[in-house]
Ligand binder design. Structure first.
Ligand code: NAD
Length: 423
């Protein structure tokens, strides 16, 4: 039976954080224990062995997971993560957050996530292709454009999504682009998908600042993580006039108090693979970045970086969560006590799933929209969701996170209750 809460409030695993968040929303909503248990429990999970024949002929074995947390509002939807340390509990937490996220921005999906225990940096393209195809064929029975739709996450990219789509399509006997999103344009991807999460983050930041009468061009920012989400977010912030003073990746960070030259930094990363060593700023580490005296802090890397201790050192007035689960439950409490406004992940980074939804709609209709249409509709969705969340937060006197969670959880619970229990 699903344990509904973390054993201690200090637990900092993503699943402990996700469970504590759900428990908080259930308390606000006054739901029964039975409904709480249904909302907390993944609907379907699959664990698979993923063997790889390496280029030198050696065999290695990875574990693959796909967790469909909820499918009451539509097909399961969520990313695929390649990371050596990924485990089923991390995937469960990420799948649960996808459920609430899809409901908050009102796209007709449930939530899912996948993972394979591989560090993609240590393998050739041919090896990654073989791993992706084997994982896809192992989980084939539970995925599909009407069942479960995959997208990129940490360690995967649009090429991975093309391999998943091809493996699925070859096995079905015809081309089915809607089984993945975040694909290359040449095989049914959508304009604007590669940058959608980051654009959404910037819309969310602008909306939160706007509530306090502040504009992006008036503030400074630090961004942790310079991958698919963090790099574009840094550039969009820079383009909006924000002084981006620091960025980092897994290896370290750089800072320049007058603002970094983001285009030059991107060129440096393209040639070296890291922000470290960029000569347009001084070196800092990730711990220092989180504690910088900036207005806006954007964690865009991994879970759990803002625990109680790190949260106690945050000087930013706003934290906009581009990553999933960057703040632990205790970290959240500390930030709230210190008056920091946190724009929660399930709202702030929802731009990715919004444009994934647009990509799926386009693929199903075989009719593609213009970039302008996509960007206008993305902005509209993000601003509408922000307004709804901010209105509930104000009316109920609760945080933006609790407001977003109660909206998302309530929509999913409504779908459960209207559909009824079978048999
Ligand atoms: P990515 O693999 O492209 O980039 C991750 C970045 O984080 C890299 O720069 C990496 O070096 C850095 N990093 C990793 N571990 C770190 C650590 N311990 N400290 C500091 N930096 C570290 O991944 P991404 O797609 O940009 O995803 C980043 C976050 O955004 C994840 O939490 C992901 O779940 C979330 N997210 C991604 C999308 C999307 O569309 N890609 C959508 C919603 C949410």
């Amino acid at each position: 039976m699903t344990d509904l809460t973390a054993e201690t409030p200090q637990q900092t695993t993503p699943l402990a954080t996700a469970k504590a968040q759900l428990a908080g929303a259930v308390e606000i909503l006054g739901y029964t224990e039975g409904l709480h248990r249904m909302l907390a429990t993944p609907r379907r999970e699959m664990n698979v062995a993923v063997p790889l024949r390496r280029d030198d002929g050696q065999i290695e074995l990875f574990t693959g997971y796909r967790v469909q947390h909820n499918i009451s509002r539509g097909p399961a939807k969520g990313g695929l993560r390649y990371s050596a340390g990924v485990d089923v509990d991390e995937v469960r937490a990420l799948a649960m957050w996808m459920t609430w996220k899809c409901a908050v921005v009102d796209v007709p999906y449930g939530g899912a996530k996948g993972g394979v225990t591989i560090d993609p940096r240590l393998y050739s393209q041919a090896e990654l292709e073989r791993v992706t195809r084997r994982y896809t064929s192992e989980i084939m029975p539970i995925i599909g454009p009407e069942r479960d739709i995959m997208a990129p996450d940490i360690g995967t990219n649009e090429q991975t999504m093309a391999w998943v789509m091809d493996t699925y399509s070859v096995n079905q006997g015809y081309t089915i682009p809607a089984v993945t999103t975040g694909k290359p344009l040449a095989v049914g991807g959508s304009l604007g998908r590669a940058t959608a999460t980051s654009r959404g983050v910037v819309h969310a930041a602008a909306a939160a600042l706007g509530d306090a009468g502040v504009q992006l061009r008036e503030v400074s920012a630090a961004v942790q993580g310079f991958g698919k989400v963090g790099s574009h977010a840094s550039r969009f912030l820079h383009d909006a006039g924000t002084r981006v003073v620091a960025v980092s990746d897994e290896q370290g960070g750089v800072m320049r108090s007058e603002g970094l030259d983001i285009a030059a930094l991107e060129r440096h990363v393209l040639t070296t693979g890291t922000v470290v060593g960029f000569d347009g700023g001084e070196a800092i580490d990730n711990k220092e970045l989180l504690a910088l005296d900036v207005d806006l802090l954007i964690p865009a890397a991994v879970e759990g970086v803002l625990d109680a201790e790190a949260a106690g050192r945050v000087k930013a007035r706003w934290v906009v969560e581009a990553a999933n689960g960057p703040t632990t439950h205790e970290g959240d409490r500390v930030l709230a006590e210190r008056g920091v406004v946190v724009v929660p992940d399930i709202l702030a980074n929802a731009g990715g799933v919004v444009v994934s939804y647009f990509e799926w709609v386009q693929a199903n209709q075989a009719y593609w929209w213009t970039e302008r249409e996509i960007e206008d509709r993305l902005e509209h969705r993000m601003v509408t969701a922000h307004r709804a969340v901010a209105a509930v937060a104000t009316a109920e006197g609760i945080s933006l996170r609790d407001a977003a969670l109660t909206i998302g959880v309530r929509r999913v619970a409504e779908a459960h209750q209207i559909r009824g229990l079978y048999p």
